[in-house]
Ligand binder design. Sequence first.
Ligand code: ATP
Ligand code: MG
Length: 220
Amino acid sequence: MALFTLEDVKFSSRGKEIIKGISLKIEPKTVTCLAGKSGCGKSTLLKLISGILVPSGGRVLYKKNDIQMMSNARNRVFRRECGFVFQDSALWSNQDIMQNLNLPLQTANPSMSLEKRMKRIHDVCALVKYERAMNLRPVDLSMGEQKKIAFARALINKPSVLFLDECTESLDRKSGAIIVDLIQDFIAKGNTVIYVSHSSNFVNAMGGSSLVIEEGLLSE
Ligand SMILES: Nc1ncnc2c1ncn2[C@@H]1O[C@H](COP(=O)(O)OP(=O)(O)OP(=O)(O)O)[C@@H](O)[C@H]1O
Ligand SMILES: [Mg+2]
């Protein structure tokens, strides 16, 4: 059974058709790269597959269920199973780093004890080697430090699917290599990765198959 199925998915915003009818399947335990020129619609497609954007036409299925029609309970499970790193990190600017990591954890696991949550937050920060204070706000961090926290947030609920939009952009070589190792480990455990990257080093390290987008359509 395909993990994600897109059926003639379209997306328009402010009178512009950005995704013009894309159908595809993503199998579990695979690595998929969305490639194409700047502005072709990669980030938009990543957000459509992950249910962050609502298609203006067609549908996106996760394990045969239309994401937009899921019950709240099923949607919660779907959200917990998927981690997302945004191209611009998109941390909550009015919350400190602790809250940026705690909010998605607590939302997905309302009954988890404070002690367990603090341990999980500490563990993901150690994984990405975030070593600064937890009471800083995103604006106090460099772009690269924000990317580390964005990646930690994507891992916080132990997902089985990672959506990564330029997840090593702004990172120095060493920090980038740490993230690549974490992703390779995630893939080796039989999880699924769908990513966008302009870095050929990153693409070579990830492997998997590529889908090329040209002006909102899959190119042949
Ligand atoms: N909400 C929106 N409303 C209007 N236009 C949008 C919206 N989101 C994206 N666009 C436009 O849609 C096009 C595709 O944007 P998208 O961010 O998906 O491109 P991309 O392939 O990720 O580019 P890059 O490689 O530069 O990140 C761009 O021309 C962008 O300006
Ligand atoms: Mg983009």
